[in-house]
Design a protein around this ligand. Structure first.
Ligand SMILES: [Mn+2]
Length: 239
């Protein structure tokens, strides 16, 4: 259960939650980039304090270096810390092979067993396990560490929420894994539509993708010490 222990002092915090941007897509390269730009802009306009990208920032390993550099520049200039969890399409982001030099305020998670990003100034801890092997044995939400301090605590996961689970599908996420996560919020990616899969009082959402064939969205997440957690989809209309 998400806990709101009154003895722990937390300040309100606003997150921009995006996923599945698929920059450099062979199918909709231009739209993917404009969706990324539009999503960041909505986050800034809505006063987000932190941006979370829950996987599939890039579509494939053929992304050109100048485009990658431009994406890092834009994330570095957005005026808030950014945490990126590599998804199954982000082969350029894992192993550090092509990661290169990312801006100081941009964290790209790398640890195969999961890692914690601690944003002291924002009072936020973010945990995530990057996708190295997109197969049924990889469980993106297995082993979420317990809450260790008074910060807001968010888990990011790139995978497929299923109830009931299908043992043949890759990167599964179960209702129990979400319901037992010791987190204030679970920021999901992989499904390209905004979707609420909260369990047992733990808020968990897919943000949807800001480009592509479905309704284009990002999510704004309000973490409030008094009223709790609220999540709103923001629709993106690309001209
Ligand atoms: Mn994916």
């Amino acid at each position: 259960m998400a806990d709101f222990d009154p003895s722990i002092k937390r300040s309100p915090l606003k997150l921009l939650h995006m996923s599945d941007l698929h920059i450099s897509s062979d199918v909709y390269a231009d739209e993917a980039f404009r969706g990324f730009e539009a999503g960041l802009k909505l986050g800034v306009e809505n006063g987000a304090d932190v941006a979370l990208i829950a996987g599939d920032l890039f579509d494939n390993g053929r992304v050109k270096q100048p485009l990658m550099d431009r994406v890092w520049d834009m994330l570095g200039d957005v005026g808030m810390p950014v945490v990126v969890l590599p998804g199954n399409h982000d082969t350029v982001l894992v192993d550090g092979v092509r990661l290169g030099k990312t801006p100081p305020d941009v964290t790209v998670m790398q640890e195969p067993e999961g890692e914690m990003a601690l944003l002291e100034e924002q009072g936020l801890a973010v945990w995530g396990k990057p996708v190295y092997d997109h197969h049924p044995g990889f469980r993106p939400m297995a082993g979420v560490p317990s809450r260790s301090d008074g910060h807001w605590y968010v888990s990011m996961a790139h995978g497929l929420y299923m109830d009931p689970p299908d043992p043949m599908r890759a990167s599964p996420i179960s209702p129990t894994e979400i319901g037992q996560a010791p987190c204030d919020y679970v920021a999901l990616g992989h499904v390209h539509v905004f979707r609420d899969v909260s369990q047992n009082g733990v808020p968990a959402y897919y943000s949807g993708a800001p480009s592509g064939a479905q309704t284009k969205t990002v999510a704004i997440v309000d973490l409030d010490p008094v009223s709790g957690v609220s999540v709103s989809p923001l629709e993106i209309v690309l001209k």
